[in-house]
Design a protein around this ligand. Structure first.
Ligand SMILES: [Zn+2]
Ligand SMILES: [Zn+2]
Length: 346
């Protein structure tokens, strides 16, 4: 079992896992210090996990290479890509991040159907919950592909969705974060139901494992999220489910907020003069520096430090070396025969 201690506020029991060789190429291993958050290269102690690129179609503005460049220029050791419901950008992201010398973390912000993934009732099934998934290893990467594919081919109803049973059957190798205000756990807090939030969190913890489900804190100055974040911190204290801080990144730089609003207007078929157009509440949805993230959560260093611990755990290899052939199930009585282009070698 993965021997990893998670920083939990008030009870900082830290065991130092040895990151696999090459986890952060060319960078020092992180020291995990009793009672403090751990510190990465150049004192940068934060990794972004909640990142939408322009592969989150008409919702994310940032180009993959620009996101990577920005993270690298801030000295961040790793960066995740978690587009909405799709993995279209993963290979591009993986290779570009490796080239830039930062560790790519492969993920996806998926949609969980409120009932079965094939239920399509306009009254009950139009508001799937968000859930952030990160691939910890190859098994997780394969499960993430299964989830993203089934969500499109079997579960699509306004959004690509899977349901709880499907998720439970494909949870191996994945780390889950409770997501933004549209996540299942945060939504229950918004509706004033901490009991349901606790039940949902317990379900996710049981499915992904106690070290692999995190309560996600975001701070975008949204009035609804005040009660949510308070509830999440309280739930973490009660249950030991660890916290992790994220920023809901939709563009790279703060000055791109207006361009992102234009993109949202295109997505929703509105113009910029429409009074009821969909818009973000402010311009905070950019790739913030570690210092900016730390300033948002001054009392919760563990929520920042856990980003490094999670980043160290995630090791997916998408190197293009070797053969990548499909596995074929051969019917009984037959065998596989490889035929070389040269008849002599057949
Ligand atoms: Zn979300
Ligand atoms: Zn998001």
């Amino acid at each position: 079992m993965q021997q990893l201690a998670i920083l939990i506020s008030g009870d900082l029991k830290i065991k130092s896992p040895e990151p696999p060789p090459g986890a952060f190429p060319g960078r020092p291993k992180y020291g995990i210090i009793e009672g403090t958050s751990c510190t990465g290269a150049r004192g940068v102690d934060f990794v972004h996990f909640h990142v939408h690129s322009d592969f989150s179609l008409r919702d994310g503005l940032g180009k993959v290479k620009d996101l990577i460049q920005a993270a690298a220029s801030m000295g961040m050791p790793a960066l995740a890509l978690t587009d909405h419901g799709v993995m279209f950008g993963v290979l591009h992201f993986y290779h570009a991040a490796q080239k830039a010398g930062i560790k790519p973390i492969v993920g996806c912000e998926i949609y969980v159907a409120p009932r079965g993934m094939t239920d399509r009732d306009p009254q009950q099934d139009t508001r799937p919950a968000h859930l952030l998934l990160l691939a910890e290893n190859q098994a997780g990467y394969h499960n993430l592909m299964q989830i993203a594919t089934a969500a499109q081919l079997e579960g699509f109803y306004y959004k690509p969705r899977v349901d709880r049973p499907f998720l439970a059957a494909h949870a191996e190798g994945l780390i889950a974060l409770s997501s933004c205000g549209s996540g299942e756990v945060p939504r229950h807090f918004q509706h004033g139901r901490p009991d349901r939030a606790a039940d949902a969190a317990a379900w996710y913890r049981d499915v992904f494992g106690p070290d692999s489900f995190f309560l996600e804190l975001q701070e975008h100055d949204l009035p609804d999220m005040v009660a949510v974040n308070r509830g999440l911190v309280e739930l973490s204290r009660q249950t030991g489910i660890p916290l992790v801080a994220t920023n809901d990144v939709h563009y790279v730089r703060r000055d791109q907020a207006y361009a992102h609003e234009v993109l949202l207007s295109i997505q929703t078929g509105k113009t910029m003069t429409s009074p009821d157009r969909l818009r973000m509440n402010n311009d905070s949805y950019y790739l913030k520096s570690a210092d900016e993230m730390a300033a948002l959560f001054p009392d919760l260093p563990e929520a920042l430090g856990n980003t490094l611990l999670i980043a160290e755990r995630c090791n997916v290899d998408l190197a293009p070396s070797g053969f990548h052939l499909p596995r074929l199930d051969v019917p009984q009585g037959y065998c596989l025969l490889y035929t070389s282009p040269s008849p002599r070698d057949s």
